[in-house]
Write a protein that binds this ligand. Structure first.
Ligand SMILES: C[S@@+](CC[C@H](N)C(=O)[O-])C[C@H]1O[C@@H](n2cnc3c(N)ncnc32)[C@H](O)[C@@H]1O
Length: 229
């Protein structure tokens, strides 16, 4: 391994990674996704992006920055953002939010939906779908007929891989464990190898779309509930 610290590298490794490279990447990420990185994240940025440099056959972070910034860099900018964002999520992560949704918010929304009204919820950074499906299970708990009423949950994320996983809706039994067992066993269908897939009612309630929150929002209607976590 070529230890590059002597050439101004701020992280030891096979590629030179200077403070300027770090600042450049942090600026591009901030401009593209609104994410702020402090210098303490330099080693993380290096380790996440070193794989991209190897895949692209590049030999320096300077060349990588030039590629991302160039006219042909749109695709790589998206890959860089996906590599640098954290997609940590869980079913019912921070469960008091779902308790609140069920106990304080859903009674009024359920009454409105049953009276023929429109109800919209949004998971604004949905990762691989565990958040919007947790919202959907909570809605179904309060309003079992929700999928037949004018109730919908929009699930969006900047990362197209996460959006595709959410759309697919397949999770391990271990991942589903934090959800109330009677609920997920009712609304998920058993798939292969201990996996479960979101069933028809969940699929009707939740729709997935790619969306960068710092870009334009195509949605025009109002939302009753927004999870942005
Ligand atoms: C830590 S995860 C949280 C997932 C989920 N909301 C939860 O609380 O369990 C953050 C998510 O935000 C997404 N994200 C980051 N910047 C974004 C942006 N500018 N627009 C849309 N999504 C973004 C990431 O791709 C990631 O999936």
């Amino acid at each position: 391994m070529n230890v590059a610290a002597g050439r101004g590298s701020i992280v030891e490794g096979e590629f030179v990674f200077t403070a300027d490279d770090f600042r450049h990447i942090a600026e591009m990420l901030h401009a593209h996704a609104g994410i702020a990185l402090n210098e303490g994240k330099a080693a993380l940025v290096y380790s996440r992006l070193a794989k991209r440099l190897r895949t692209l056959g590049l030999t320096s972070f300077r060349d990588y920055c030039a590629l991302v910034e160039g006219v042909d860099g749109v695709d790589e900018r998206q890959k860089m953002t996906a590599a640098l964002t954290t997609n940590v999520t869980r079913f019912y992560r921070e469960p008091h939010h779902f308790d609140d949704l069920r106990d304080r918010v859903m009674p009024e929304l359920a009454a409105r939906a049953r009276a023929g009204g429109r109800v919209r919820l949004w998971s604004a950074a949905c990762s691989n779908g565990q958040e919007p499906y947790s919202m959907a299970l909570t809605v179904l708990q309060a309003l079992p007929e929700a999928a037949d009423l004018d109730v919908r949950i929009l699930a969006t994320d900047i990362d197209p891989n996460m959006v595709a996983q959410g759309h697919d809706g397949t999770y391990s039994e271990e991942a589903l464990e934090p959800a109330p067992v009677t609920l997920w066993r009712k609304y998920f269908d058993r798939a292969d190898r201990g996996q479960w897939t979101a069933g028809a009612q969940l699929k009707r309630l939740v729709s997935f779309k790619e969306l960068n929150l710092i870009g334009d929002w195509p949605m025009k209607g109002k939302f009753d509930v927004i999870f942005c976590r």
